[in-house]
Design a protein around this ligand. Structure first.
Ligand SMILES: Nc1nc2c(ncn2[C@@H]2O[C@H](COP(=O)(O)OP(=O)(O)OP(=O)(O)O)[C@@H](O)[C@H]2O)c(=O)[nH]1
Ligand SMILES: [Mg+2]
Length: 448
């Protein structure tokens, strides 16, 4: 176990006032701090009612104290939790008292970083802690909890074991190639390879939509003035979020609303209608709209289906990835186009809706999910981050390269398998660099 020399502290409850405020302390000085603040070290894992004393022996507050003896604690070190009254001043005073006794204020995520360094959690589990806290939908929270319990790490471990056995099998053939041993059977190697690839692609299939679940998706509503973008935002958000009017150019600024589409958190952005204008504010609105479109995961291209000119103006295919655009024919109550999935004259698909009555909205939500590549696999999704996907994709690359060496170059085959294992090890933190740790834990909240 890594022994970290300093003691850290932070408030573990959110800033502001609340019924209870918790100050957490972890490290080698915890017992000394407990003796000074509480008069003695509480019995481990038992709630102890006590005054919290200042430097002169007067109470700053009183509440419950919990002592967790290393290594049976969240961080793997001695931990003290002081549950006092949740006032800003009270907690500041407690933090000042604990720091005066030798602890220093913790960086964001530092408690979890210590848990990782002390082997209490692997890196994927540590990340799941932050993902659980940051979850925006019930499905995301459930998925993060499964990763926290180690399900993702277990799958990675299983795959790494398969690769490891394969590698040993190949390396045994390299080492003893001068001796009369049974040579590596290409058919058997292919069989192992297929097994590994099938496992890895199953994992990728579960992780890709899981990554979307973790971070949510950004969807921008775009189109000419007056086509019904703000009406659609309100329909999807099921509230009157944006101003709707018959005057073209109503929306100027970006207006956001987050909606839950079957567990996927979608941040919708309503924008100013795209047109050339001399109005300074509208020009800025159009600039902001264009910037939002650039960074969106998906752009809903709204077309006023009751206005033949609007469609005629948009027959040019949009630049960029076709997958990232979805045509939405609005005002189909006026045009008479049947609601639901629809095709344009040139074969491109879209969805026909009426934003004011909500007809076709359910079809649109389905289409949004599909275009985003989000398959709702319920309990089967893996809460993955971009770095996990990168590592899994790299592992697949090396596995493909390894396959090319079967029966040709055993050393290269073994080397590619080693690189597969290394990529997998990055996910759970068996192979890490300090920079990566800093990057991961700095995104946590203080006190976790
Ligand atoms: N009949 C009908 N009218 C609609 C529909 N959707 C929007 N409208 C009307 O069209 C007008 C413009 O709607 P908005 O939602 O403000 O349009 P917008 O695209 O946000 O317009 P700007 O903000 O000006 O770019 C309003 O009078 C809406 O009531 C629809 O599906 N059917
Ligand atoms: Mg608008």
């Amino acid at each position: 176990m890594t022994q970290l020399l300093d003691t850290i502290t932070a408030r573990a409850t959110p800033p502001g006032t609340g019924g209870i405020g918790i100050v957490r302390v972890s490290g080698p000085q915890v017992r000394a701090i407990a003796r000074s603040v509480l008069g003695s070290v509480p019995r481990p894992r038992q709630a102890t009612v006590s005054p919290f004393l200042d430097g002169t022996g007067d109470p700053l507050d009183y509440g419950l104290a919990f002592f967790y003896k290393a290594p049976a604690s969240y961080t793997g070190e001695d931990v003290l939790e002081l549950h006092g009254h949740g006032g800003v001043i009270v907690i500041d005073q407690m933090l000042a008292r604990v720091t005066a006794l030798g602890a220093r204020l913790a960086r964001p995520g530092e408690f979890t970083e210590r848990a990782f360094l002390n082997g209490k959690l692997d890196l994927a589990q540590a990340e799941a802690v932050a993902d659980l806290i940051d979850s925006q939908t019930t499905a995301a929270a459930r998925c993060a909890l499964r990763s926290l319990k180690g399900e993702f790490s277990q799958q990675i471990g299983c795959l790494s074991k398969i690769i490891g056995e394969f590698r040993m099998y190949v390396e045994a053939n390299i080492d003893f190639s001068d001796e009369p041993v049974v040579p590596l059977e290409s058919a058997q190697a292919q069989e192992r390879m297929e097994k590994a690839k099938a496992q890895l692609s199953k994992l990728l299939d579960r992780a890709r939509p899981g990554a979307l679940l973790a971070r949510g998706a950004s969807v921008v509503l775009s189109g000419a003035p007056n086509v019904g973008k703000s009406s659609l935002l309100n329909a999807l958000a099921r509230m009157e979020r944006a101003i709707v009017s018959a005057i073209p150019g109503t929306t100027r600024d970006l207006i956001e609303a987050t909606v839950d589409i079957d567990g996927l958190a979608v941040c919708l952005t309503d924008t100013a209608g795209l047109r050339n204008s001399v109005d300074e504010i509208e020009v800025e609105g159009v600039r902001r709209a264009s910037a939002a479109i650039e960074t969106a995961d998906l752009v809903l291209e709204l077309i006023d289906d009751s206005d033949p000119m609007d469609l005629a103006n948009r027959v040019e295919p949009q630049a960029g990835d076709e997958r990232a655009h979805l045509f939405v024919f609005n005002k189909c109550d006026l045009s008479g186009r049947p609601f639901g999935p629809a095709k344009m004259g040139d074969g491109r698909s879209g969805v026909a809706i009426c934003a004011t009555t909500g007809q076709g909205i359910a079809s649109l939500e389905q289409a949004i999910k599909i275009r985003l590549g989000y398959v709702d696999k319920g309990e089967d999704l893996i809460m993955a981050r971009r770095r996990h996907l990168d590592a899994l994709e790299r592992a697949m690359d090396h596995l493909n390269k390894a396959q090319d060496h079967i029966g040709i170059a055993l050393e290269l085959l073994a080397e590619e398998l080693r690189l597969v294992q290394q990529a997998l090890g990055e996910i759970t933190g068996e192979v890490t660099v300090d920079d990566l740790l800093g990057e991961i834990f700095s995104t946590f909240c203080i006190g976790k």
